[in-house]
Design a protein around this ligand. Structure first.
Ligand code: ME8
Length: 544
């Protein structure tokens, strides 16, 4: 008997699976990082509950077939090569994924075929002919109203392009299988508009609903879900009709089910209800419709539960243009992590681009500013201050470092209030997918702690024993709390910081996130190492 009690269900977070037509860039890292942060956060908050995070590569389709042809290699070879790069990226960025799925895996084919047969059995698939514009790079049909003839500035070549994305479109005429998406309109609208707000942030949910309500909207028309094998051979064949290949997006969307053990016929790693549905699906804003309309409609058709949250994020741009493999204006995440360090990049991407609302322009100058001002300037500086031997020696007893002052003064009030509120604010903001606000709350507390130390100036001969105690206790406690909370964001640096502060390992847990819960510090202070060495800034400046 399979248990479907929600308490038994693992936390489940997914990233989009990435096309293997080119190497990963910062945008891919950003999506993957969001899922990693939320999975780590789930584990931190509830260590008893299993958490599954998956990522992977989307390996079928015309786009991949053509890139492989152009390179003169077999499609599978291209997939093998590039999927390794995405795995390398995940490893390099300390992404703690549970599964890396590749859509060329056999178990995935089994799941896709099963979905197809089930949809067919339930009467949701029919055959029809289609003619219209097709954008190969987006693997999608484009309505007549969204195409125009353009002239290539350099070559003078005339071609037809999608007015929204600027990508080249081709005229296609073919017989397709279709999925009765239109039949699920009411259920989808109800789900999207429900109080559980599956699409986050809300602004995107509202925009999507408004677009669907538009009288000319074609978003919920029946969906073509196959391509003639003569044109697209690199994919999974339609069961019992090898003349047709399953549309790559249907193939790709099923990956989330494959991971969760679908079709649950026995022998899979996960039973029904153990992992499915996802608690969080991270997607870039370019692929919302696939995740908020097509996959949910398929799930409704299959009588399967819908995902809880779809977190949509904006794009990283370079000089205001979307960073994209096709455009070639990409930042190399391996180089950036090499230069700034893994956790500095994780923090930067989440602090600046974690604002899931809008796009963010990627700039080396911004990373430098963030590193210098916030990481080294606030966190590093405070750490130096509270771990200076000259200062810690001024404490009347080493125990005072972890002993809450019995008497508070006016100068402490602002900081104490911030620290008292911090864990709840941080948790609320993360739960509301306001990642940048959660991080801002931590940095606000650190900035206030620096001001507090400055005001008490414990290094002065005139500082009273109480000033020294309060400055060092609240300073180190601010850092300890920040480190506990930031573990999902900067796992290595948070651990380093907790060690440098001498916080015993059993106090690194979520249960000890509040002010004064750090326990007795083991005497590991002071240290010569710098948490955020300034040498990095100088080296990076020399290279950029
Ligand atoms: O769309 N900024 O794959 P893909 C931020 N295979 N994120 C970006 C980005 C940018 N400039 N560029 C890409 C596909 N991304 C399909 C997905 S899922 C079943 C199939 C991120 O390789 C963002 O999450 O084009 C986007 O949705 C994803 O990479 C698309 O990667």
């Amino acid at each position: 008997q399979v248990s479907t009690k929600t308490t038994d269900k693992s936390y489940y977070a997914t990233t989009p699976i990435f096309y293997v037509n080119a190497d990963p860039h910062i945008g891919h890292l950003h999506s993957t990082l969001l899922a990693d942060v939320y999975t780590r956060f789930a584990r931190l908050r509830d260590p008893q509950r299993a958490a599954v995070m998956c990522t992977g590569t989307d390996e079928h389709g015309l786009k991949i077939q053509r890139v492989a042809e152009a390179k003169g290699i077999a499609p599978k070879q291209l997939c093998d090569n590039v999927s390794e790069r995405f795995k390398d990226l995940a490893r390099a960025a300390n992404i703690d994924y549970t599964y890396f799925i590749r859509t060329t895996e056999d178990r995935h084919r089994v799941a896709v075929e099963h979905v197809w047969r089930e949809l067919e059995r339930r009467g949701h698939i029919y055959k029809s002919s289609y003619s219209g514009w097709y954008a190969v790079s987006d693997e999608a049909y484009v309505p007549e109203s969204q195409v125009a003839e353009v002239i290539d500035e350099k070559s003078g070549e005339k071609y037809t392009a999608c007015t929204e994305t600027g990508t080249r479109v081709e005229w296609m005429q073919e017989e397709n299988y279709k999925f009765r998406l239109s039949a699920f309109r009411e259920q989808l609208l109800r789900w999207l508009g429900s109080s559980s707000s599956p699409v986050q942030p809300l602004s995107r949910s509202t925009a999507l609903l408004a677009a669907l309500e538009h009288p000319l909207s074609t978003d919920l028309n029946d969906l073509s879900i196959s391509r003639p094998t003569s044109r697209l051979s690199w994919g999974i064949r339609v069961p019992d009709d090898p003349e047709h290949t399953i549309y790559v997006w249907i193939d790709a969307l099923v990956n989330y089910l494959t991971i969760a053990g679908y079709p649950w016929k026995g022998g899979e790693e996960f039973a029904q209800g153990q992992v499915w549905p996802p608690d969080l699906q991270v997607v870039g804003k370019d692929i919302i419709r696939f995740h908020a309309l097509y996959l949910p409609a398929i799930l409704i058709a299959l009588d399967l539960p819908l995902p809880k949250h779809i977190l949509t994020h904006g794009h990283w741009t370079m000089d205001r243009f979307k960073m994209s493999k096709s455009r070639g204006n990409v930042a190399n995440p391996f180089e950036a992590m090499e230069l700034w360090g893994v956790d500095a990049m994780r923090m930067y991407l989440m602090r600046v681009g974690g604002n899931s609302g809008g796009d963010a322009d990627y700039s080396a100058a911004e990373i430098e500013r963030f590193y210098r001002k916030d990481l080294a300037g606030q966190m590093g500086n405070l750490l130096n201050r509270v771990t200076t031997k000259k200062l810690t020696k001024k404490l009347e007893s080493a125990d005072l470092m972890h002993t809450m002052p019995s008497q508070l003064e006016d100068a402490d009030k602002t900081l104490v209030k911030l620290l008292e509120d911090l864990p709840a604010t941080f948790e609320e903001q993360l739960s509301a997918f306001e990642i940048h606000k959660a991080l801002a709350a931590v940095f606000d507390a650190l900035a206030e702690a620096n001001r507090h130390v400055q005001q008490l100036s414990p290094w002065l001969a005139t500082a009273s024993p109480s000033d020294v105690h309060r400055a060092l206790f609240f300073g180190s406690e601010s850092l300890r709390m920040a480190a506990v909370l930031l573990q999902p964001f900067m796992p290595t640096k948070a651990a380093q910081l907790l060690e440098m502060l001498g916080v015993p390992a059993e106090r690194w847990s979520w249960a000890h996130r509040r002010l004064g819960e750090g326990g007795v510090r083991t005497a590991r202070l002071p240290t010569k190492e710098h948490l955020w060495p300034s040498i990095i800034v100088a080296e990076a400046a020399a290279q950029t």
